[in-house]
Design a protein around this ligand. Structure first.
Ligand SMILES: *Cc1c(COP(=O)(O)O)cnc(C)c1O
Length: 435
């Protein structure tokens, strides 16, 4: 299978190149030339999750040197449970937060880490990633001690929760955590500038933000898996509601639907950042500055996967027909967390709460909510609402006990380069190219 840029269907690359490059040279995002149709009748009903994942991902890796190791990659990456739980008679919750850093980003980060480690040969790959919280910890954890990779995580100083910061800074060795004096947008800007700067070439940069196809493909799997099992168990197709920010997770849901999985409809839930709602209202896409909300992993004003979503539909009327976006403001999020806890005893994270808020505006059913993070990551928001201490899973307890280390810099590319070279020189020298 070949992959094309969203900006140029003539530009075709292999999956290995798409994963290693992250972004297409024209600034577009890689997408499959054509989404494969899966024959549902050929999927054995009792496959384990990793074996199911292998079947779903196989067509994307046809002709890739990774094709033969896909089973191993899936077993290494998806080594944690993905349960579906009942919330009420018409609503289920797909818990995507049982990986090592307790958010759905573990799926993409862990699979990408396996791929990059398997693909890198002589030169180590340096993953440079900007984070507003969950991406950084998932990527750091996934690449930690992978011999073929180094990681630099940039996070905005003072703008991530204490537990998120600990999960980013508790690794060391091949993971360098950098606190940038600035906002998330400054971190993102540094990543983009580094890719263009000649003196960064020696580090063999790649990115693990959700623009990387290697993060998106594994997210297709859980929609495929649970839509199919739901259909088997209940005889009707479920709709999915996806808490959305950069739109990677919801794009994966649309891809699963296009591949033939029984998904009745897809709704994206957002916080007060509403670039998609504005696009639906006007037909004009207008990037915005992000607004800080209680669901901070979704604070995105210019979603990087918007191009991929747009590419799925022929024109604006088709987009409008298929895409529904419902926004929850901070008040809605807080009330939803309180209400669901009172009614069911279930504690939702602020992101998942936007999905339940959206669910209440919808009459059709059944619905599956994508639960994107464990509530214990956001205890400072949730505990005052429910007047309870949230139990901390053992995985997080362990990470909270590790020593942490980070380097602080101004939002400036030269400082970043200097700090990165110094850090990795000490551990394993960077081979400096000629000139
Ligand atoms: C990243 C994240 C989201 C948003 O996902 P996108 O793929 O960027 O739309 C939602 N919830 C949580 C907890 C996240 O970490």
């Amino acid at each position: 299978m070949q992959f094309i840029s969203t900006r140029n269907p003539q530009h075709k690359v292999s999956i290995n190149d798409a994963i290693q490059a992250g972004l297409a040279p024209d600034g577009g995002l890689y997408i499959p030339e054509k989404l494969p149709k899966i024959s549902l009748a050929d999927i054995a009903p009792n496959l384990s999750y990793p074996n199911f994942a292998e079947i779903i991902l196989t067509p994307f890796f046809a002709q890739s040197p990774l094709a033969n190791s896909l089973n191993t990659l899936c077993n290494q990456a998806f080594n944690f449970p993905v349960p579906l739980k009942v919330l009420n008679e018409t609503t289920w919750v797909m818990e995507l937060f049982h990986g090592p850093t307790l958010s759905f980003k573990d799926f993409g980060a862990r699979f990408l880490a396996e791929c990059i480690n398997a693909l890198s040969t002589q030169e180590k790959t340096t993953i440079l990633v900007a984070t507003s919280g969950d991406t950084g910890s998932a990527v750091a954890a996934a690449f930690y001690h992978k011999p073929q990779a180094r990681v630099i995580v940039l996070f905005p100083k003072g703008e991530v929760s204490a537990r998120q910061e600990q999960q980013i800074t508790c690794w060391q060795d091949n993971v360098l955590a950098i606190a940038v004096k600035g906002h998330f947008d400054d971190c993102q800007h540094l990543v983009k500038s580094a890719f263009k700067a000649p003196n960064w070439q020696d580090l063999h940069l790649s990115t693990a933000n959700s623009i990387n196809l290697g993060r998106l493909l594994p997210q297709v799997v859980y929609y495929a898996y649970w839509s199919l099992h739901f259909q088997y168990q209940h005889g009707i197709p479920a709709g999915f509601i996806v808490p959305s920010g950069n739109l990677g997770n919801v794009t994966a849901a649309y891809w699963a639907q296009a591949m033939g999985f029984p998904i009745r409809e897809i709704v994206m839930a957002t916080n007060a950042n509403r670039p998609v709602q504005d696009y639906l209202a006007t037909g004009k896409y207008q990037p915005r500055a992000s607004i800080n909300t209680l669901a901070n992993a979704m604070d995105v004003g210019n979603p990087s996967n918007f191009e991929r979503l747009l590419h799925l539909f022929a024109d604006f009327p088709a987009f409008k027909q298929e895409v529904t976006a419902i926004a929850a403001n901070d008040n809605d999020i807080a009330q939803t967390i309180e209400q669901v806890y009172k009614q069911t005893g279930i504690i939702l994270c602020p992101h998942t709460a936007t999905a339940y808020f959206a669910r209440q505006q919808l009459s059709d059913y059944p619905w599956i909510l994508a639960a994107t993070a464990d509530p214990s990551k956001f205890e400072a928001v949730i505990e005052p609402l429910i007047h309870q201490t949230i139990p901390v899973p053992l995985t997080l307890t362990h990470l909270l006990q590790r020593p942490n280390h980070s380097v602080e810099i101004a939002a400036d590319l030269d400082s970043l380069h200097r700090v990165a070279v110094e850090y990795f020189e000490k551990r394993s020298p960077i081979s400096v190219g000629e000139g």
